[in-house]
Ligand binder design. Structure first.
Ligand code: NAD
Length: 366
């Protein structure tokens, strides 16, 4: 065994119902006294309560998916004008994205309080969008210094969005198994993340207000994002990146729809990873058998989970026009990692995208 693995420095707290007191303590621990509080509409009442406890000098409510450059520039200018010394963000990946955009140019520390399973809080990846193109980059300055997970804040996330977001997190796990810097350490994180998400999501669907399922999903989402941050973007993320940046499709549902198609495409070429993924997803059947069984066990396990939680199925339902598929495929082929387990060709990606667009059973394409 041989690998090079980097572990990112970050304080991570998971404690249902106590995020406000942790926030207060962590802001004080950083020695900060001028807080920029980034929180969109869904986090506004929590932000009201946080603003009572924290030394907030700027409240930022303009939170837009994929962070348009104009929004980033306005937020940076406001931070500079107000002289803030820490950015606290509360919300999903979009709120974290605004905080990261500010940190990228100001180098201010970020404290993140996530309310979805997107996982941006655990990665040094930033993303900005302009002229239908999403640009991403990696810079350690955008990695939040502290993350405070409080599953009470995720109880208001509607079940369908919770499912989509949980599958977005699961996509981090699955893509990490073959991403360019995939290694035994990030695979271990990915597999434990997949196990936690596969266990937690059905609980969230059955009992959206319950703490155990919500905690499992936050824990799984953190591990998933840590694995992804280390392993890098695989084919799945390249596809969703093009779909999100160019066609402004909703982030989490897009990941949820595309994931089984990429798994069905790649799994036959990586039977060992497929075997371990199947076990993580709770399906030990066929695991001592031939390689085909391992790929089928993994894709069947994901299909069963998706069925149990009522996952979204088709890109056409998310607003992708059918005639966009050739353009998407062309961009995906240009961006796909050379290390993908199977060759990424235009016809193969068009077939995959067409199946995802229709909502076809992905197991029929491999
Ligand atoms: P989001 O942050 O846009 O949230 C989706 C919707 O859910 C919004 O309307 C939001 O207001 C609402 N919401 C969020 N939390 C809620 C809650 N607890 N209760 C009720 N409503 C709630 O979506 P997302 O999927 O969390 O994040 C997507 C964005 O994050 C994309 O721009 C994506 O590119 C980015 N992202 C970046 C990384 C990274 O590493 N840089 C990783 C994952 C996602």
């Amino acid at each position: 065994m041989r690998f090079t693995h980097e572990t990112l420095a970050q304080r991570v707290i998971l404690d249902a119902g106590r995020s406000l007191e942790h926030l207060e303590a962590q802001v004080a621990h950083l020695g900060a006294s001028r807080v920029m509080l980034v929180a969109g509409g869904s986090a506004s009442s929590y932000a009201d309560r946080a603003a009572v406890l924290l030394p907030v000098v700027l409240r930022w409510t303009e939170v837009v998916q994929h962070v348009p450059v104009a929004v980033a520039e306005r937020a940076r200018a406001a931070a500079a004008d107000t002289g803030v010394d820490v950015v606290v963000c509360v919300g999903g990946g979009s709120a974290v994205g605004v905080a990261k955009a500010v940190a990228l140019t100001t180098r201010l520390p970020v404290i993140a309080v996530p309310t979805t399973y997107a996982g941006s809080e655990a990665t040094p990846v930033w993303g900005l969008t302009e002229d239908r193109r999403k640009t991403t980059g990696v810079d350690p300055v955008v990695l939040p210094t502290v993350v405070v997970y409080d599953s009470d804040l995720t109880r208001s996330l509607p079940v369908d969005l919770s499912v989509a977001s949980g599958l977005n997190a699961l996509a981090h796990c699955v893509d990490s198994m073959w991403a360019p810097r995939s290694n035994p350490v990030n695979q271990a994180l990915a597999l434990e993340g997949a196990r936690a998400l596969a266990q937690g999501l059905p609980h969230v669907v059955g009992d959206p207000m319950g703490t155990p399922g919500r905690d499992q999903c936050l824990y799984g989402a953190y591990l998933a994002a840590t694995a992804f941050a280390s392993a890098g973007s695989g084919l799945h993320h390249k596809i969703c990146h093009v779909l999100g940046g160019t066609f402004d499709l909703p982030h989490a549902p897009t990941h949820a729809v595309v994931l089984p198609h990429v798994l069905a495409f790649n799994a036959p070429a990586v039977p060992d990873q497929a075997r371990r993924l199947a076990i993580a997803l709770g399906r030990p059947a066929g695991l001592a058998g031939p390689d085909d069984d391992a790929a089928a066990a993994a894709t069947d396990a994901l299909a069963a989970l998706r069925q149990a939680v009522g996952a979204p199925r088709a890109l056409r339902d998310l607003g992708l026009p059918l005639d966009a598929i050739p353009e998407v495929a062309e961009r995906v082929v240009a961006a796909a990692p050379a290390t993908n387990p199977r060759p990424v060709t235009g016809p193969a990606i068009e077939t995959l995208l067409r199946a995802a667009w229709e909502g076809a059973d992905p197991r029929s394409q491999s």
